[in-house]
Design a protein around this ligand. Structure first.
Ligand SMILES: [Zn+2]
Length: 264
């Protein structure tokens, strides 16, 4: 056979094998996606970034906030186990009053800003925020963003990594290490995280109704992507997200009832 043809076949075969091995499935929604980042690489990078954040931002010792987060984190991380088998879970409350935000990173690093506790009034509400952020990770939105940003190719940009590898869905006032652009997930990713998140929290034994009350509060505060946002065109409005959440509620409630039986 002609050498040129052989080389062409070899190229096609290797391209196919890259695509096949890097194709993965999003939990709950079952969406197929191409993923060019290896989990071990991503976990290593996020660990370093989280350590940097812990050095840069004050850590809260507030007992109520930390107890709530510990309780929520135990139940949610159990639930997410098979979707994030490599995770080394760590949940930290950063003492950042006025910052209504939380984020999750691949590798199981989760940060909550103390300002979030001005908005969440129950553990169920806290669980809905954490589950949503973790859902962005298990749906590999962070992997996709990192692949798009070409971070590994560039081999640089470690200092600005926080904006790329953390999820942070609803920034209200910018944290020193993260910019407001972080919040700009597109519609599809936001609703996918809402859908996965409500199932995670329900399966973990938290009342999925809290996902609705949190979204209602975000709508009132214009945090869920309101009409005044410049990225309005690609970012879903809180109203849209509320409608979708309501449509997931029946399935989530059934899971919640089951989880309650198992828990007691
Ligand atoms: Zn989000």
């Amino acid at each position: 056979m002609d050498l040129k043809i052989l080389m062409r076949i070899a190229a096609i075969v290797s391209l196919l094998s890259i695509l096949l091995t890097s194709c993965s499935t999003v939990p709950v929604t079952g969406r197929r996606q191409i993923n060019l980042m290896s989990d071990t690489e991503v976990v290593k990078m996020t660990k370093a970034e989280f350590e940097r954040m812990k050095r840069q931002m004050p850590i809260s010792r507030d007992p109520r906030m930390n107890e709530w987060l510990t309780d929520v984190s135990e139940h949610i991380s159990q639930q997410v186990f098979w979707d994030m088998p490599l995770a080394e879970w760590e949940f930290v409350v950063f003492d950042m009053p006025g910052q209504i935000n939380a984020f999750a990173m691949p590798g199981g690093k989760v940060g909550v800003f103390s300002g979030l506790f001005d908005m969440v009034e129950t553990q169920d509400e806290l669980a809905s925020v954490i589950a949503h952020e973790i859902a962005h990770v298990t749906a590999r939105h962070t992997h996709e963003r990192m692949s798009q940003a070409g971070i590994l190719k560039a081999g640089s940009g470690i200092a600005s990594l926080g904006t790329t590898i953390a999820t942070g869905g609803m920034i209200y006032g910018a944290a020193p290490s993260m910019s407001g652009q972080l919040a700009a997930w597109d519609r599809a990713k936001e609703s996918e995280a809402d859908r996965i998140g409500i199932m995670y929290m329900a399966n973990a034994g938290f009342d999925p109704q809290a996902a609705i009350t949190v979204m209602e509060k975000m709508a009132a505060m214009d945090l869920g992507g309101g009409s005044s946002r410049p990225y309005n065109s690609t970012h879903p409005s809180s109203e849209e997200r509320l409608d979708s959440l309501h449509s997931y509620l029946e399935e989530a409630n059934a899971a919640y009832e089951k989880a309650k039986e198992l828990r007691f």
